[in-house]
Design a protein around this ligand. Structure first.
Ligand SMILES: CNC(=O)c1cccc(C)c1Nc1nc(N2CCN(c3ccccc3Cl)CC2)nc(N2CSC[C@H]2C(=O)NC)n1
Ligand code: NI
Length: 196
């Protein structure tokens, strides 16, 4: 039996996450092809595990992790089209609202209505508060592949919709504050849904 020698243990921490100013954050990430390499599979797992750890009070404190509900591969300096999402349920012990590792995610259709988080957005690659409404689509239909390459199509609304759009933006070199109205950060047009 061939013993798969696993090289040293690796986990994503804040030191792994690149910050604004790093050129990779402004690149267009490349599609992944299937079957995934061992590294691409492991990276997806590591990205998801980072989100789990970042939301665990004990681990987050121990590892000095900022809380996140989404992470895109370019944020760990891998310019590939893959994102991890873990949106916890509103209730304490409920099932996550949305959880997964999405490969080659794509917005295939969206609502006319826009939406934004009432509290604005934060980003693990942006070490500063940038106040303002980040206007996005209210509802999106996302096509993506899972780690086996199987194609999926899902419809998202509310918080999960905002998070997935934020992470897909990272694959296209877009940061959340690019979408804040520079003249009036809290200006919103008629009909934009403000999510509290
Ligand atoms: C400037 N005002 C603000 O940031 C802001 C301010 C208030 C409320 C919200 C809602 C804001 N906005 C915002 N809050 C978050 N978190 C809340 C805390 N949480 C978390 C933290 C610790 C443990 C567990 C968890 Cl769950 C992690 C997620 N996340 C995002 N974004 C934007 S979309 C991708 C997502 C992301 O993961 N960013 C790192 N935005
Ligand atoms: Ni971000």
């Amino acid at each position: 039996m061939e013993i798969q020698e696993r090289s040293g243990f690796f986990m994503i921490t804040m030191d792994t996450i690149i910050r604004e100013g790093h050129p990779t954050l402004r690149e267009i990430a490349k599609e992944v092809t299937f079957p995934l390499t061992e590294q691409e599979q492991q990276l997806g797992k590591d990205m998801f595990e980072f989100l789990v750890n970042s939301q665990d009070p004990i681990k987050a404190e121990e590892l000095h992790l900022r809380g996140g509900v989404g992470l895109a591969a370019p944020q760990v300096n891998v310019s590939k089209r893959m994102i991890a999402v873990l949106v916890p349920s509103e209730q304490e012990d409920g099932e996550p609202e949305f959880a997964g590792v999405l490969y080659n995610p794509k917005i295939v259709s969206h609502s006319v209505q826009d939406a934004c988080l009432g509290d604005g957005e934060g980003c693990l690659s942006v070490d500063r508060d940038v106040p303002g409404y980040v206007v996005r689509h209210a509802r999106v239909t996302i096509a993506y592949q899972d780690e086996t390459g199987a194609a999926h199509k899902i419809r998202l609304k509310n918080y999960p919709s905002i998070v997935v759009q934020h992470e897909i933006d990272h694959l296209n070199g877009v940061l959340f504050y690019d979408r804040i109205n520079a003249d009036n950060p809290f200006a919103i047009k008629e009909g934009v849904l403000v999510l509290e």
